[in-house]
Design a protein around this ligand. Structure first.
Ligand SMILES: C=C(O[C@@H]1C=C(C(=O)O)C=C[C@H]1O)C(=O)O
Length: 393
């Protein structure tokens, strides 16, 4: 809205924002140059000490300029995360010459606006080539599209910080020959989406994916007696509400996704936990090479022999090789009651000695072991100590 008394000040703000954008772009191209140098001289991408020093100095400068240390820290966490992920993507591309496609055909759950759609956009924004989105109705359809070369990649949600592991995706991994080639985490911010000017008190029917209902159970309890309609994706819930054009229905989904369907968010932060994130995996027919300079993760699946302590014995192999396990999930084996398949994520590169040794040792003591993929880790834990230290110095 135009407010003549604010015009002059707003013009100045616009100019500052434009300068900020140019400065961010300048920083981005400098960090790209850093990546080139790291490739040439085999230097690891992440340098946490450099990040700490940089943050301590920025927090001090910020304080002198009247900026809150937490504000400065938050800003630079975002900037540094972007810089590290960008450098990792550059190194990963160099390590896989010929893998860059002019068109990446990506299969995911739902349609435009689903969380998987947003994660797909985010992952491929750092990679060359256009994206052709292939929305699917089920996880098995997604996997089958890549298996039959109707898609090049699939983006699949594997776990959520509120509702836990997505079992159906784990079960798909048990049977497929596809490889995990990447991962990403994406914040899941559920909002109540309506068409027109519906108020919360008018809502009788709520459309959402079952996972979403689980993640927002406290909000649902507060809402009282509404009919809950489960949909096979967030985007189909949003589509249903936009097509119904009624003032007593609402969908739960992301605000950004809702906009694509002309829906308005009338309440945000509906998840039980404030920090609600999903981790997605990216799968393809061919495995990728992960350069040793990039933090890597490896996922494998195994079943142990039927004897007491077999799992402990297997985990000890990881300990003996100083391999850090980041996730352990068990799933039943169809047709073999009471037997379990264990899915294990570890930090480490399959082409590195200790992990190779551990996998070789595990093959000897397990009944079955299959590596599902080695891929760059995108969990960039932010450097935390800087703010506290800068404040006490
Ligand atoms: C840019 C670099 O790479 C990474 C990103 C950093 C940044 O964005 O400032 C700092 C340290 C590294 O973790 C670098 O090493 O200088």
């Amino acid at each position: 809205m135009s407010e003549p008394v604010l015009d002059a000040l707003r013009e100045k703000i616009t100019r500052v924002d434009q300068q900020l954008i140019h400065l961010f772009a300048q920083r981005r191209s400098l960090t790209n140059e850093v990546a080139e140098t790291k490739i040439k001289h085999h230097i690891p991408v992440r340098d946490v000490r450099r990040e700490e020093q940089l943050l301590v100095r920025l927090i001090k400068t910020g304080q002198e300029a009247g900026l809150d240390p937490h504000y400065v820290t938050q800003l630079f966490h975002v900037i540094i995360e972007d810089s590290v992920l960008n450098q990792q993507a550059m190194l990963a591309q160099r390590a896989n010459p010929g893998s860059a496609l002019p068109l990446n055909r990506v299969a995911f759950l739902g349609d435009k606006g689903s969380y998987s759609y947003l994660a797909t956009q985010k992952y491929f924004s750092r990679r060359p080539g256009e994206v052709l989105e292939i929305g699917c109705q089920s996880f098995s359809e997604i996997v089958s599209k890549v298996e039959h070369a109707e898609a090049d990649f699939a983006v699949l949600p594997i776990e959520n910080t509120t509702s836990g592991s997505i079992n159906e995706v784990y079960d798909q991994l048990q049977h497929t020959q596809l490889n995990i080639i990447g991962e990403l985490t994406h914040p899941i911010r559920h909002a109540l989406l309506v068409s027109g000017d519906t108020q919360i008190s008018q809502i009788n029917t709520l459309y959402a994916h079952p996972q979403v209902f689980t993640q927002c159970s406290h909000f649902l309890a507060e809402l009282g007696s509404v009919e809950v309609k489960t949909m096979d994706s967030t985007s189909s819930a949003m589509l249903a509400v936009s097509e119904l054009k009624r003032d007593d229905v609402a969908a739960i989904g992301s605000e950004a996704g809702g906009k694509l369907y002309g829906l308005t968010a009338i309440k945000s932060n509906l998840a039980n936990q404030k920090e609600n994130h999903s981790r997605f995996i990216v799968v393809a027919r061919d495995a990728v090479n992960v350069p040793l300079q990039v933090p890597a993760k490896t996922t494998f699946v195994m079943s142990t022999v039927q004897k007491p302590g077999a799992l402990v014995e297997a985990l000890l192999v990881l300990k003996e090789n100083a391999i850090n396990m980041t996730k352990l999930e068990s799933r039943p084996i169809p047709g073999n009651p009471w037997e379990e398949m264990f899915y294990i994520d570890v930090e480490g590169n399959l082409s590195d000695g200790p992990l190779q040794q551990a996998i070789d040792a595990l093959r000897k003591i397990t009944r079955y072991l299959k590596v599902l993929g080695c891929y760059p880790s995108e969990e960039i834990s932010p450097t935390k100590v800087a703010a506290a230290r800068a404040l006490t110095e």
